[in-house]
Design a protein around this ligand. Sequence first.
Ligand code: UFG
Length: 329
Amino acid sequence: MAVLVTGGAGYIGSHAVAALAERGEEIVVVDNLQQGHRDAVTGGKLYVGDLRDADFLETVFKENKIDSVIHFAANSLVGESMTLPGKYYHNNVYGTLCLLEKMIEHNVLRIVFSSTAATYGEPENVPIDEFDRTLPTNAYGETKLAMEKMMKWFDVAHGLKYVSLRYFNAAGAHPDGKIGEDHSPETHLVPIVLQAALGKRPHISVFGEDYETPDGSCIRDYIHVSDLAEAHVLAVHRLRSGADSAIYNLGNGQGFSVKEVIDIARNVTGREIKAVIEPRRAGDPAVLVASSDRARKELGWEPKFASLEDIIRSAWGWHLANPEGYAKG
Ligand code: UFG
């Protein structure tokens, strides 16, 4: 029986595929390659197509014996979602509806879902736990919350069991250097800082220094992508053991400001990184830090890259070896 990984050619999806392959799982990858890279898929069989294409999805489910799904395929940029919300509702919400209906049709009743800290919005408590209020401050987070709720009602009606993993800020690259982060355009803090260290950008823009934080810049909880990948494997095991649906935060429980991230990157790379203060970016909460106690207790999840220095060092290794990212085309 195979695990279907949607969005398996993307940044986090490709690391989950690697983690599944390392355990000898049979893997089927679906990706429309809008953001993903063919070369990032290091295991399984790749189908290039879109979840919203009914004939395509039927072929994938007919040609393979799928027992579980890990669903990454989505647009995921906070800033873009504030100017193009329709794109997020169409790809994320409607794409998930197509997937869930196909799963029910083929009696596939287990799904691990790539969710986000952006479902919480401006937190009431720090660190955030899974029972805290969800009030997204951006359209991206709103669509992810809608997708979670869709799974809940499919559970009630059809017995679909889901594990929703709400990640905080993913960073880093696979320890063996074979895969890493390559978005186009790149909008995430860590890769942009490292591109500035490589001289591929003149500077890093700090989006706002007037937040209610000690140095005025936004605080985030950075988690290594391989630790995230591991949690997906554990979640598949948990669902296979018959566990009920659940939601888990995945983070390190420690917050770093944008300015601190830049300082750590200066230390790790030994390079000069020029920072320029700019206005706030729309949709950004000031502080997002996770309590992952539940994932540790119930999934047995134990992050291996607990320090931001180690996370940035692994990302730096990938950037030095692949300054242009994956081969294009
Ligand atoms: N930032 C800058 N300059 C940049 C890029 C980012 O100052 O050039 C700041 C942002 O304003 C934010 C922080 O760095 O305060 C982190 O920004 P990212 O774009 O790297 O990440 P986000 O926190 O916006 O979002 C990421 C994922 C989302 C996920 C979220 C959860 O992209 O999918 O983490 O915390 F929902």
